[in-house]
Design a protein around this ligand. Structure first.
Ligand code: ADP
Ligand code: SF4
Length: 688
């Protein structure tokens, strides 16, 4: 039964000529699959439809070949040939009464055109602005180009309609869409009627919306996604200017879609941004226009969502990440199942699918982007096979997810955990600065396990192979995690580095266990994800004099993929951490470290009292290896399978562990596929 406090979230609302069934609005988001994996992307959207979203959007859709963002994999609508694959997505979105939206993107100053080799077109001639500083500049559009672009938008809108979409979102936020490029004085330095005054800078948006209204506006709703603030001061499209723009063009689109001006700001990780972080930026905008307003803010709490609507901040609750972590979020609120919501932890691993052109992953929802490939549904799972009992050793993300999914299938599940508390690495990492929301990985799963009669939990049980053989479980899942190395082995040193025993060495495990160093601390980061930066932050907070040394050219290098690298650098610099980039450690000496330049090997010295090595991890696979050595005893013990998963198999981020746990449970009693590919794949059709 739905709590009446949330009724407001389920009130229908008109958007132009159409009506959305509720206020849950899945804003456009990338997924790494895009045009390469159209059926996988479509099936992912279908789960959102089933989960109760009122409006569901595509990722950004490149609407003309003269502007594309290779290597990033989005959707393409360049010619009629592209219609069938996106029509499949539109149909998937509409399966449960949701409105299907397509986001049309012309990337302008953000499109380097690495694939089409076309000269990029933008309001003004400037270097292309991408993550990779591509050495390409855009040509300033002349009047003919603008006329052409208006026509290309009409063509794309007509194709969108043919494909079955209900809404069109014109992209002008995050720095990625041409509408923002025209609106911002930073990227529009024109002196004709398209530049200068705000009135002039708005002209292009007004013209395109008028064109589209004529072409498709009788049946389709038109939304404009505008930047809430470009966050580059007065030169950029500021929050004050977006308010002027909306007031001046109050009835321009059928709906205002508000999002921060840079993607890093809009999709800020929980380490740097709270839920509803954009509230101050959107407050009051709804009063400027009669049109409904949607905004985002990593909303996972139904109370915050209801408040945003009751207080007149927003009309629709825009969600990307919360809809990835839990595609069934609206339905769970509707059914009064608030405790079952799988809350987004704000880690931004989902973004890395796009940034690395891999396949999207979600730490909380391991079925994301596997709906079609592997047939994984976020809420449903096949009933158990013919065997009965599973022992899971270790209660980290891998073990807990394996247990949750196996229990859901109906197996009798026992979880043995060496420590007195559950959660493995997330129980420790959630204590680190900025990472408290990560604890939701354990909280969600522990709650689910607590609801099931077929689960037994055994804390304080550090198992040996001998004990496991004595228990009589049919399947043994070893999810015993990993331990940070203290010998410096990672990428710079593939064998242990020279370490003088007089200098104390700390590992991340020491710090997470509460052993905090003091004095002058060198944090050596040869891991390159978040841990080095987080521990430098922790040590600085605790009053240490911290130097962060890394062979990379960037602090916490890989976090560029989670959109937080620049914020991490800024935070550490603000805390007074001395940052030494392109620098390795040749040796830990008595009283300091001998540094070496990554490029020239030039040596230097940093005096310190303690070295924190954030390098690599060793799998805790002892129990697994011991069990494998005793395969001859399995039959007598009733054991059918022993598997090692997660960090105990190979250390990786938390999302890899939840994926491994989920896969383990799905594969129980499954037929052996032999050498066959374990997932479906879409292969390009060869042209005649
Ligand atoms: P993952 O990320 O793969 O889930 P974690 O390191 O988070 O791995 O979790 C592993 C968990 O396994 C830890 O809580 C650890 O205490 C527990 N563990 C390790 N060895 C044993 C063992 N022999 N018996 C029971 N639990 C163990
Ligand atoms: Fe949220 Fe992390 Fe999942 Fe993205 S990957 S949806 S940030 S939990």
């Amino acid at each position: 039964m739905r709590d009446p406090r949330y009724d407001i979230l389920f009130e229908p609302m008109a958007i132009g000529p159409l009506t959305a069934k509720n206020r849950f609005y899945q804003v456009p988001h990338c997924n790494g699959g895009g045009y390469r994996d159209p059926s996988a992307a479509a099936a992912m959207r279908a789960t959102k439809a089933e989960g109760g979203w009122g409006v569901i959007f595509t990722e950004q859709t490149e609407m003309h070949h003269s502007s594309e963002i290779t290597p990033f994999i989005e959707l393409r609508l360049w010619e009629d040939k592209d219609i069938p694959s996106i029509a499949k997505m539109a149909a998937a979105m509409k399966t449960h009464g949701a409105l299907a939206g397509i986001q049309l993107a012309y990337s302008g100053i953000n499109g380097p055109n690495m694939y089409t080799k076309e000269v990029p077109l933008a309001p003004s001639a400037l270097p292309i602005r991408t993550f990779t500083n591509d050495p390409v500049q855009a040509r300033a559009m002349d009047k003919t180009d603008i006329k052409n672009l208006r026509r290309w938008f009409v063509n794309a809108a007509k194709r969108s309609k043919l494909a079955g979409f209900d809404l069109i979102c014109l992209y002008g936020a995050h720095g990625f869409g041409i509408f923002q490029h025209f609106l911002s004085r930073a990227t529009n330095q024109r002196s004709d009627e398209y530049g200068g005054s705000l009135e002039n800078r708005s002209r292009f948006a007004r013209e395109v919306l008028a064109d589209l209204r004529d072409a498709v506006g009788d049946t389709m709703a038109l939304t404009l996604r505008v930047s809430l603030d470009e966050t580059i001061g007065q030169l950029g499209f500021s929050n004050a200017e977006v308010r002027d723009f909306i007031a001046m063009n109050a009835e321009l689109p059928d709906m205002w879609d508000l999002a921060m001006g840079t993607w890093e700001d809009c999709s800020g990780p929980s380490r740097f941004k709270e839920e509803a972080a954009q509230e101050a930026w959107v407050t009051g905008i709804r009063d400027l226009s009669p049109r409904p307003v949607v905004g985002v803010g990593r909303f996972t709490s139904p109370d915050v969502m209801a408040r945003m609507i009751k207080q007149g901040r927003l009309d629709f609750i825009g969600c990307a990440r919360p809809s990835i972590a839990d595609p069934f979020l609206p339905r769970k609120i509707d059914e009064g199942r608030i405790d079952d919501i799988r809350e987004c932890i704000g880690c931004n691993i989902c973004v890395t699918g796009d940034m690395t052109q891999g396949m999207g992953r979600c730490t909380q929802n391991p079925t994301w982007m596997e709906e079609w490939r592997r047939g994984w549904h976020p809420e449903k799972i096949a009933a158990k096979g013919e065997s009965q009992s599973v022992l899971i050793i270790g209660s980290g993300p891998a073990g807990l997810e394996a247990a949750r999914a196996a229990a859901l299938r109906g197996y009798d599940v026992a979880v043995a955990e060496a420590l007195d508390s559950y959660g493995g690495r997330v129980a420790r990492e959630r204590q680190l600065p900025g990472l408290s929301a990560w604890g939701r990985v354990a909280d969600y799963r522990l709650y689910q396990l607590g609801q099931r009669p077929n689960v037994q939990m055994y804390p304080g049980s550090r198992l040996t192979a001998e004990e496991v053989l004595a228990f009589g479980f049919q399947h043994i899942c070893v999810a015993t995690g990993s331990t940070w190395r203290a010998d410096g082995v990672a990428r710079q040193h593939v064998v242990p580095m020279p370490i003088n025993a007089q200098t104390p060495i700390f590992t991340p495990d020491d710090l997470m266990a509460g052993r905090i160093p003091s004095g002058r601390v060198v944090v050596f980061d040869d891991d390159h994800y978040y841990m080095g930066g987080v521990l430098a932050e922790l040590c600085a907070q605790k009053g240490c004099d911290v130097s962060l040394v890394t062979p990379s050219a960037f602090v916490s290098d890989w976090t560029a993929n989670t959109l937080e690298q620049s914020q991490i650098h800024r935070r550490l610099a603000g805390l007074g951490v001395a940052i030494r980039l392109n620098t390795g450690i040749a040796a830990v000496q008595a009283g300091g470290v001998e540094t070496c330049c990554t490029y020239t090997d030039a040596r230097g010295l940093i005096e310190c009292d303690v070295v924190v090595l954030v390098t690599s991890r060793t799998s805790n696979d002892g129990v697994f290896l011991d069990l494998m050595a005793r395969q001859g005893d399995w039959a007598d013990a009733g054991i059918r399978s022993v598997k090692v998963i997660g960090d105990a198999a190979a250390p990786a981020p938390i999302a890899w562990a939840t994926h491994a746990g989920h896969r383990y449970a799905r594969d129980l009693d499954a037929p052996d596929l032999g050498d066959a590919l374990p997932f479906r794949r879409e292969v390009t059709r060869i042209e005649d």
